[in-house]
Design a protein around this ligand. Sequence first.
Ligand code: SF4
Ligand code: SF4
Length: 74
Amino acid sequence: MAHTIVTNVCEGVADCVDACPVACIHPGKGANRKGTGFYWIDFDTCIDCGICLQVCPVEGAILPEEKPELQQRG
Ligand code: SF4
Ligand code: SF4
């Protein structure tokens, strides 16, 4: 099962992007409800390693499960 970036909690810090070993975290289009940029995880490529969750400074922005209803691409 993949990890999920919660679109409206993410603040677009992008620490997760450089940390992901399979480069499956991509920038979303536009802004989220907080008015910041955001990223999304490609569920098909994610290997569920959990590194993104460890490096993300924003509480609740990444969930260790696949929740497509919480993640938008913009
Ligand atoms: S999920 Fe966390 S580390 Fe990744 S872009 Fe969003 S706030 Fe930044
Ligand atoms: S769990 Fe691992 S592979 Fe999946 S998005 Fe996070 S860092 Fe990338």
